[in-house]
Design a protein around this ligand. Sequence first.
Ligand code: CP3
Length: 346
Amino acid sequence: MSGEPSSFLAACRGQPARYTPVWFMRQAGRYLPEYRAIRAKASLLEICRRPDLATEVTLQPIERLGVDAAILFADILLPFEPLGLGLSFAQGEGPVIARPVRSAADVARLPEVDPADALGYVLEAVRAIRKALADRVPLIGFAGAPFTLASYAIEGGGTRDFVTTKTFMYREPQAWHALLDRLATVVGRYLAAQAAAGAQAVQLFDSWVGCLAPEDYRRYVLPHSMKALQLAAASGVPVIHFGTGTATLLEAMAEAGGDVIGVDWRIPLDVAWARVPGCGIQGNLDPAALLGPSDDLDARVRDILRRAGGRAGHIFNLGHGVLQPTDPGRLRAVVDLIHEASARRD
Ligand code: CP3
């Protein structure tokens, strides 16, 4: 921005931009030494709860990488605290949910949550970040999608096979739909509240939905994601709908909603884009490519730009989050290459 219109927001709206905008999922995080320095003094949840620290961490990658958007520093699992599920992060083991949802009674017991109140500290962070950014780049808010959140709530943490989640989905369909409906309402209102606080776009992370067959996605997930996305879209900001392993789900995800569909590297960008006509596309460099040789990395970046063909509505990103061993300097080189190679010279 800084006087010029934002290339990121233009692309979200399907409008031409002066170059292809780029940002990276997990652009704030442990691969950055300045993030680790803050983590040495504060836990992940403390950083999320303190708007001053959340602001500092959100801004860390902006100058260093030259990206075209900032993403709020928070976590998709924060709503689990007011929902009474008991959230903590075990050292090196990822999230732990103390009281997982395992029965219809557990679903019925979930309290009503007003995100504007229960997650007010996140909204305070959004306001503080907007102020600190001073319109240099737009701010993206985010939340977890009903399915991905339900998987953590049911499993009690991360999983490889989603067996407990699917068992609940197939055996207790009524309780499943009640749970996803509750999560959709909380998440939709939470995204709308982030937009009202100043987030200029929002992303719904359905990170693990690719474990489902298309028919199961349509039956068990689509209506709930649609509800969350509609509540978010009503705020007026552009909405990005992201998942991984979604090559067979793209049409159904676009039907659920989103101005932009986020895809990973398992499907070529142009093939994915052809499957979601009318939407923008975000992606889709394999984050592991940043750990490979640099001529190969450049070739992959150029291939993605070639597949996008300079069409309006492409937002460059990784197919999933930045990996911990990534050298920040190589991310910077990728940003510079994208800007240089995609610049409109008219
Ligand atoms: O820079 C950013 O992208 C913003 C911050 C952000 C975090 N989590 C902070 C975080 C975002 C967008 C998330 C989203 C998130 N959280 C997702 C969806 C995105 C994805 O990667 O699919 C998921 C599934 C979660 C849940 C979660 N949080 C897990 C599984 C873990 C542990 C994984 C790990 O790397 O240890 C977290 C912890 C977490 N959230 C970290 C960060 C920076 C790890 C670093 C730390 O402990 O300091």
